[in-house]
Design a protein around this ligand. Structure first.
Ligand code: FAD
Length: 479
């Protein structure tokens, strides 16, 4: 392994890389420099924290500090000197590296609106990206009666649902004509808007904001149609931008993100990048599963555990983490080349399903509301298996005939290769092996495989598999 590895950024990718390096048992020195003052935390659980369904200690990530890993929080890196192979921290310290990893993530976009200065936002106007942002939102929300969320994408809707759960009269303002237009088609967006309205969230569509005025007493958001909305809190959820400033200043190749190859190497062989700041094969990932997959590959390459390891993107499934809304979107659900289209809409019950099939394979899907086939559809999509001949059964979640199975159906029917935890790429087979090696509780299996430690959406499935294994074993013992 390279002698001194310096990781810039102690977010979800940087912290995971440190853990992966540590897990490979190499004694050499790893330094992690994180700008945020906190210990590493699970950023994707901030929506759940905002909704009050977990507490702050629940978002902390287990760190690999000690054992040759020097972890420094509250230490922003100001510059990279590639010729000297050093980074310079904001307070002037110089730290030498043999290999540098940029894991600087992304920043929330503050829209260029009159009344908003990104460097000096009013107390009642808060973006939603960091733990400090979340604390600020909660501090204002405590005495607030109303909130506006600017941006009806995934995070904006999670924030809005969370604030409504806390009793705030919440309005989402979105510039285009349907919600989550990157993942949903207009029909799904309409059903989703209806579901949110039923949960107490008001939606204003197709109306860009034109300005903001905020003082100690409240916030005013001006809209392009001449109206103004008033609230106690304005949450900005207008997208993110990869944090490429260090890479750019150091002369690395940057397009939308820091350009990396399959080994996560930049154009400087001594510098890698991963996570939200990296651009691989023209794509920004913006999700935790690819960031953690990249961390595994980079740790294999840097330690020499598997010098031939290469990052290969997997199909991505996006899920909304909002109580009372079950939504999954994947693949070419919107746009893309033509394919076979199957849709089912039941707006009064908040249900919508769309499957797109090409060459007998699922190339994209949207499942909103009560869709019993959700697990089966995700598996078919993820594994690229042929879809059943009876399309209607798949669309409506009936009579799947064992072609595909889900943890909720019966773990016994699931193939070992079925992916249970999307974030950590953990299969049923890995859970079974962990059980067989002695883990006997859900917590032990989670600790042994990491399943359920990302967005937490698969915890019930992991629990179901552990229950099934316990029962199967007791049957074997009694026999
Ligand atoms: C509220 C919310 C919910 C989300 N939900 C999901 C979800 O359900 N599923 C999903 O897959 N993804 C989700 N995401 C996205 C996910 O959190 C990111 O994809 C993931 O955090 C990327 O990890 P990262 O380490 O690349 O970036 P980050 O987690 O942003 O970490 C980057 C770190 O680098 C630090 N840094 C930057 N510059 C410097 C510097 N110069 N010196 C030192 N440190 C620096 C930053 O302060 C930050 O701590 C969500 C994001 C948010 C905000």
């Amino acid at each position: 392994m390279t002698a001194r590895v310096v990781i810039v950024g102690n977010g979800m990718a940087g912290a995971r890389l440190a853990t992966e390096l540590h897990a490979r048992g190499d004694e050499r020195k790893v330094t992690v420099l994180g700008a945020e003052p906190h210990r590493a935390y699970n950023r994707i659980m901030l929506s759940t924290l905002l909704a009050g369904r977990i507490d702050e200690p629940d978002v902390e990530l287990t760190e690999a500090a000690g054992h040759g890993i020097d972890l420094r929080s509250g230490v922003p890196v100001a510059a990279v000197d590639r010729s000297a192979r050093e980074v310079r921290t904001a307070d002037g310290e110089r730290i030498a590296y043999d290999h540098l990893v940029l894991a600087t993530g992304a920043r929330a976009v503050v829209p260029p609106l009159p009344g908003l200065d990104p460097a000096d936002l009013p107390r009642r106007v808060v973006p939603f990206r960091t733990l400090d942002d979340c604390r600020r939102i909660l501090a204002v929300a405590r005495d607030a009666r109303s909130a506006i969320v600017l941006g009806g994408g995934l995070l904006g809707l999670e924030a809005a649902r969370g604030l409504a759960t806390r009793g705030l009269a919440t309005t989402v303002v979105h510039p285009t004509n349907h919600l989550m237009e990157r993942q949903l088609d207009p029909a799904a967006g309409t059903v989703l808007a209806g579901t949110l309205a039923g949960l107490g969230v008001t939606i204003q569509l197709g109306v860009p904001a034109t300005g903001v005025a905020a003082d100690d007493s409240g916030v005013r958001l001006d809209l392009a149609d001449g109206r103004s909305l008033h609230a106690d809190l304005l949450v900005l959820s207008c997208g993110v931008r990869p944090d490429t400033a260090l890479a750019q200043a150091a002369g690395l190749t940057v397009r939308r993100g820091v350009v990396v190859d399959d080994r996560l190497r930049t154009n400087d062989r001594s510098i890698s990048a991963l996570g939200d700041c990296a651009e691989h094969d023209g794509t920004l990932t913006g999700l935790v599963a690819p960031a953690w997959a990249q961390a595994r590959v980079l740790a294999d390459v840097l330690t020499g555990t598997d010098p031939l390891a290469r990052y290969r993107p997997r199909p991505v499934v996006t899920r909304l983490k909002a109580a009372g809304i079950d939504l999954a979107a994947m693949g070419e659900a919107v746009g893309g080349a033509p394919g076979e289209e199957l849709t089912f809409t039941d707006p009064t019950r908040g249900t919508y399903a769309r499957l797109r099939i090409r060459d007998e394979r699922l190339i994209g899907a949207i499942l909103l509301g009560d869709n019993p086939a959700i697990g089966a559809v995700i598996q078919l999509f993820d594994r690229g298996h042929p879809v059943p001949a009876d399309r209607r059964a798949l669309l409506l979640g009936r009579a799947l005939g064992g072609a595909v199975s889900t943890p909720s159906a019966s773990p016994a029917l699931m193939p070992d290769a079925a992916l249970v935890c999307q974030c950590n790429t953990v299969t049923k087979g890995a859970l079974v092996r962990c059980w067989r090696s002695g883990a006997r509780t859900v917590d032990a299996v989670v600790a042994g495989t990491r399943a359920g430690t990302g967005c937490g959406g698969c915890r019930d499935a992991v629990g179901g598999i552990v229950d099934w294994l316990s029962e199967a074993e007791s049957v074997e013992v009694t026999r």
